[in-house]
Design a protein around this ligand. Structure first.
Ligand SMILES: Cc1cc2nc3c(=O)[nH]c(=O)nc-3n(C[C@H](O)[C@H](O)[C@H](O)COP(=O)(O)O)c2cc1C
Length: 357
């Protein structure tokens, strides 16, 4: 039987050669702290595209400077960043893969230290190149600095920044964008009742709390009618009183109505004390649940073998799989897995590697 993992999938009008994708992963390697990709990014993303990925999703990329997770994160708020990322796009395309960029705003979890060996936890102070943070409500995440509550003007500016970044992404040649609405970052901060205490139309019930993400998705869709738009959501806060999979399934349907093409289902990140039952494929059942919304979904989290990924797809409960750390361990993962599953290796293997695969 032909491999499902190595079968193509079409999002809107864009065909992606297979369903084994690179999950977004911060590299903290914009070393000049200007949001610009460096040589590391070129090699890193090109490597995994050569390794057979269908879609490479570039790490969380700030739509505004203060939306970066750390000072070393990528940005897409100016044309120089757009042009430099265009080179990453070219290299990935040359290897036959499609490429998306994850557009993000970290809100109250912005201005943290780069998560590299020896990293310190906490907020980077302004004296060290950090900045004051904003969020739906003035409620800190753990020991991080308390954010300022966003005004209507701040919210409008953030929505506009997502749309402008999506336009730069299209100009850079990206095939798709992913809106980061997970892991306790701004979209998630609006969505969760644990971080959104607003009493205006951006707070209150689930419809109000999802307004920010709905506006972002609708804005991007309006500006780019055929651009595939993915949204990463945390399907649960993993704590009593937080977001549930039922809530997020409802939101996924609304986001699909607003123009989203696929929901990339992750979990957690908005509460420090959450007890998360981490294990093989632990978030895949959440993805299957979110698929009840009618939206196509991707699963992510501890998917580390070809058989595991293939089985998830065969069960029909997910449409694609995002893999993160296994790609770091093995940038040629797709070639190994295609060989194992008897996928069409010829279709993805760079000619230079034929004597090894
Ligand atoms: C180094 C690293 C950086 C990450 N950065 C991001 C990110 O930028 N955006 C995001 O949504 N998730 C990020 N994640 C989470 C991964 O995309 C993925 O959801 C998680 O690692 C679970 O998948 P895995 O078990 O295959 O690693 C990151 C994970 C790692 C290991």
């Amino acid at each position: 039987m032909a491999s499902k993992l190595f079968s193509p999938i079409t999002l809107r009008q864009t065909e992606i050669r297979n369903r084994l994708w690179v999950s977004p992963m911060c590299q903290y390697s914009a070393t000049a702290r200007d949001g610009m990709p460096t040589d590391w990014h070129l090699g890193h993303y090109a490597g995994m595209a050569r390794g057979g990925a269908g879609l490479v999703i570039v790490e969380a990329t700030g739509v505004v400077p203060e939306g970066r997770i750390s000072p070393e994160c990528l940005g897409l708020w100016n044309d120089a960043q757009r042009d430099a990322l265009g080179r990453v796009v070219e290299l990935v395309h040359a290897a036959g893969a499609k490429i998306a960029v994850q557009l993000g705003h970290a809100g109250r979890k912005a201005s943290t230290y780069a998560w590299l060996p020896g990293a310190v936890e906490g907020t980077v102070p302004e004296s060290e190149g950090g900045w004051a943070t904003v969020a739906p409500s003035a409620r800190a995440f753990g020991d991080l600095a308390e954010p300022r509550e966003m005004t209507q003007t701040d919210i409008d500016a953030a929505v506009t920044a997502f749309v402008s970044a999506s336009t730069r992404a299209v100009e850079a040649g990206f095939d798709a964008v992913e809106i980061h609405g997970a892991h306790g970052y701004l979209g998630h901060q609006f969505l969760s009742p644990l971080s959104n205490l607003r009493t205006d139309e951006y707070g209150g019930d689930l419809w109000g709390r999802s307004r920010f993400l709905r506006e972002v998705v609708a804005g991007v869709r309006d500006a780019h009618p055929v651009l595939p738009v993915l949204v990463r959501l945390s399907a649960t806060d993993w704590v009593e009183g937080g977001l549930t999979a039922e809530d997020v399934t409802q939101v996924a349907g609304w986001l699909q109505d607003a123009g989203a093409d696929l929901i990339d289902v992750s979990s957690g990140g908005n509460v420090e004390r959450a007890q998360i039952p981490v294990g093989a494929g632990y978030q895949a059942p959440l993805a299957a649940k979110v698929k009840d919304s009618g939206a196509p979904v991707a699963a992510v989290g501890m998917i580390t073998s070809a058989q595991q990924a293939e089985t998830l797809l065969r069960l029909g409960s997910v449409d694609a799989v995002c893999v993160a750390r296994e790609w770091l361990r093995n940038p040629y993962l797709g070639l190994h897995w295609a060989k194992e599953l008897r996928g069409d290796l010829d279709a993805i293997r760079p000619a230079q590697l034929w004597r090894a695969f």
